[in-house]
Design a protein around this ligand. Sequence first.
Ligand code: SF4
Length: 417
Amino acid sequence: MNHAKYAPSAAERWSLCPGSVRLAARIPEQPPAPWAVEGTHAHALLQLCLDERETDAYFYEGLTLDTATEPWKVDREHCASVQVCLDFVYGLLERADGQLYVERYLPVPQTVVPGDDVGGTADICVYFPSSRQLHVIDFKHGEGVVVEIRDNKQVRMYALAALQEFPDPIDEIVLTIVQPRAYHPFSTVRSETVTPRQLVEFQGDVEAWITACEAADAPLIAGEVQCRFCPAKAFCPALEARALELFGKRTFPEAIETVLPQPAEMSAERIATILDAWDIFEGWFKAIQKYATEQIAAGGQIPGWKLVRAQERRKWAGEPQDIAEKFVQLTDCDLDDIYPRTLVGIVAAEKMVKARAQLNVAKEFKKQAIAKGLEAMAELTVKESSGNAVLVSEDDPRPPLSPAELFAAVKVPRLTS
Ligand code: SF4
């Protein structure tokens, strides 16, 4: 898929790092990352369901779809994720006059660069003429990074574009992110309402960001948010400079000296700075590793590095039931010892409940029957955390552990200043 030079989906990057547009343009097109392929698959399934007005994503489980990347067989995990978005959208459409628009390309109004340079495809828009209300909905299949709706630049750009594209009058715009697989304390569906006036003001921000990017000396500004998905990570001098600065130049001299400071020798402030940069460097190291692998695979050389065959691991050779029976003959053990019965996962069980609940039920009552089945199943499940304390940035939406919870969960020496 070709993205515009200023795609809303990359707005967090180019708005914070103006030089990234020029640097990223020099990077050859890369094959999409596995998480991006999964997202493409989920969006293809969502689009199919909405185009066909199908309320049950599981209806397509097992079907092979032609997606933008490759033919893909619809699996349960994608069905479960898409179903959350479908439930939200069809819930909206229960209001009689809702007009649905799916995967609509929207050029974003601005006056700095040619029109084709700024725009993107909004997943879903729903317009209600009676209340002059427009909903702009962005579906996120990813689970790694929680995306907030508040001041979300991507969704606001779609809304700004929609404001111009829809000929009908609009009094308010409800922006929504549906992100079923990432934990958020409020909800997997998060919304905020904005007015057309706010969006027109936002157009000024967009124009200022693009103007900064178009400047001949547009600076590279490294940071956690903008660098996370930047395609130029492996080549970026600003990111490298930040690493050198953070760890101390003596860490990366020509003759490699691998003396990194011990955590106990560092101040709490320095530890915080290094933790803040964790995501950036992790991504940067991975990008360099991937680039080096590709270079050597293509016949290039990275001094001191080579490619080898992955470690061999033993695995069962054959069908599990067949192997288990042969194993019983071999050792005279109980079948359950070698092939124990285990419960299927909760997502798989939900699928079974849904399939069962719909049997011999008319289409208009299916949703009700499924809800009833899931409600009964909910009594068989509990929500439970491992209880371990997890270190996250202050921006994470989960509340911090209380002192009593901290005492129970972790026992470590306190930092001294
Ligand atoms: S890696 Fe970070 S600093 Fe470098 S171009 Fe990308 S966003 Fe900018």
